[in-house]
Design a protein around this ligand. Structure first.
Ligand code: AMP
Ligand code: MG
Length: 490
């Protein structure tokens, strides 16, 4: 039953997840905070969701973002899940997040509305259940940048400060992010129910997820294998998109991989500047498990864990079920690579396939690596047909490659203007460069100056605009002897 829109803000909650096995969640309210203050509200997203931005900014509206006020019909829960963290299986759950409920938009789309940093839950495992302002603004900026880039992602609706300190290495302002997702069902949710639940509960969760994300399959006798294949396809497409823009997630644990195919959990993620496939940003990833070049392999590994959870449903015969699972997982690499190659072709202004494309792409990447070229700017200057833009464009190696690329482009039946247009649609002029993100967060957290954030978010909202205002965001950070490091979003 859909409830009537709630209050003036327009909240319209329905809570279908509550019908699932109750071991999948704990009913739990957010812990109220002392003095909530709205830091940023995503007006455009609010409007898309059928919410009223003016009312969301009111005392009552902010109270919802702070966890101080529960809108009617919201039935808050903390979700249980498990996960392989850096390869080790662990029991987890929303340790510092509360799902307020599922909001139904005017277009009848269903969105999870989650408060992140809203206090302790039964899954907090010794953590304080809180978040600090810097990392929540970071998630806001990067998730909105991903959205601008056209990459499936959870969204950020608002950030509020709590008026309470959080204690990390230093004392920091506490904050709560309101996250909007197609759902928060993860590979880890399936691992949890497979491990701790009965087959009936696994079946119930799977049918629920199929109905929620792939409703066309719900009546199909083969729905479980179709579901598995769809999840694999969505993740392969997603990770190809990450690779094409140089995005490094940083913690690709199975609990941070959604079934919907949205990027989730912006902790120690970052975009690479200099092209180097070994790039790792996360301070805790000492072995480089989640390095740029490993992301597709980790994607496949995580999906193999997902496929394992579905074995009881795939076929009554265990061997047959394993066979179906293996076959589905083996498709990942093919789908990923096809998407990656097509994406790279578009980045190079190529419309159709030719046998030499793979070598054209890999040769360029090798030259970029040798010359420590900036990933985004290389493709940006190529898209601007500016062969003076990068210093390494003067090397013999690049000139030889350029000749090959020109010959290859001559095989297209498209004009060079069309080719450049295709490139500019696929090569962002701007990405959220680490030094810009840091500077923006520093201004907001330490000086309560939000001008930089507004400006940065505007530039990132259409990264393919190639507008004069974006020019300053294309600049590289000053050279530093210390590699950039990110920390888990606490
Ligand atoms: P993440 O690395 O952000 O995916 O978090 C891994 C797990 O740790 C999740 O179950 C989080 O809910 C939990 N967690 C992270 N930070 C905290 C915190 N401050 N208090 C309680 N749980 C936390
Ligand atoms: Mg997580």
């Amino acid at each position: 039953m859909t409830n009537k829109p709630q209050l003036k803000e327009g909240w319209n909650f329905e809570n279908s997840y509550l019908h699932l096995a109750n071991k999948l969640y704990t009913k739990q309210n957010p812990t109220p905070v002392k003095n909530p203050k709205l830091i940023i509200l995503n007006n455009l997203l609010a409007e898309d969701l059928g919410l009223n931005p003016k009312e969301l900014e009111s005392k009552e509206g902010i109270g919802v973002f702070a966890g101080n006020r529960i809108p009617t019909a919201a039935e808050p829960i903390a979700q249980a899940y498990a996960g392989h963290q850096f390869g080790h299986f662990t029991m987890l759950g929303d340790g510092r997040a509360i799902l307020l409920g599922e909001h139904i938009s005017p277009h009848k789309d269903r969105y999870d509305i989650q408060l992140k940093g809203s206090g302790k839950t039964t899954y907090s495992r010794g953590g304080d259940g809180r978040a600090s302002l810097g990392p929540m603004l970071r998630e806001y900026i990067i998730s909105e940048a991903m959205y601008g880039l056209g990459i499936p992602t959870t969204r950020s609706l608002a950030v509020v400060t709590t008026g309470e300190p959080v204690y990390r290495e230093t004392v920091l302002p506490g904050a709560i992010l309101t996250r909007v997702a197609a759902s928060h069902i993860r590979v880890g949710t399936f691992q949890y129910i497979k491990h701790y639940g009965k087959k009936e509960e696994l079946k119930q969760l799977t049918d629920y997820t199929i109905l929620r994300h792939f409703p066309d399959y719900i009546s199909d006798d083969n729905r479980y294998s179709l579901f598995l294949k769809e999840v694999i396809k969505h993740q392969a497409e997603l990770i190809a998109k990450w690779q094409l823009v140089g995005f490094i997630h940083g913690v690709m644990n199975t609990d941070n991989m959604t079934i919907s195919g949205e990027t989730i959990d912006y902790g120690p993620c970052a975009f690479m500047d200099t092209y180097d496939p070994d790039t790792v940003f996360s301070s805790i990833d000492v072995n480089g498990r989640y390095a740029y070049k490993n992301q597709p392999y980790i994607g496949a590994w995580n999906l193999a864990r997902f496929a394992e959870t579905l074995i009881p449903l795939l076929d009554p015969d265990q061997d047959e079920a394993v066979e179906i699972a293996n076959e589905a997982v083996s498709e990942f690499g093919k789908i990923y690579y096809k998407n990656y190659l097509n994406g790279m072709r578009a980045k190079l202004g190529l419309f159709h396939e030719e046998a030499e494309d793979e070598s054209i792409i890999s040769e360029l990447l090798n030259i970029m690596k040798e010359n420590k070229a900036d990933y985004t700017n290389t493709f940006r200057f190529l898209s601007l047909d500016n062969m003076k833009g990068m210093e390494f464009f003067n090397t013999d190696g690049f000139k030889q490659w350029h000749k090959k690329w020109e010959d290859r482009k001559n095989k297209e039946r498209k004009s060079s203007a069309e080719s450049l247009e295709l490139m500019r649609k696929n090569n962002p002029a701007v990405i959220p460069r680490n030094h810009r993100v840091e500077e923006t967060i520093d201004a907001a957290v330490n000086r309560e100056d939000f001008c930089l954030m507004d400006k940065l978010l505007k530039a990132l909202s259409n990264p393919y605009a190639y507008s004069p205002e974006q020019e300053e965001y294309t600049k590289l950070p000053p050279p530093s002897p210390i590699p950039y490091r990110t920390f888990c979003g606490t």
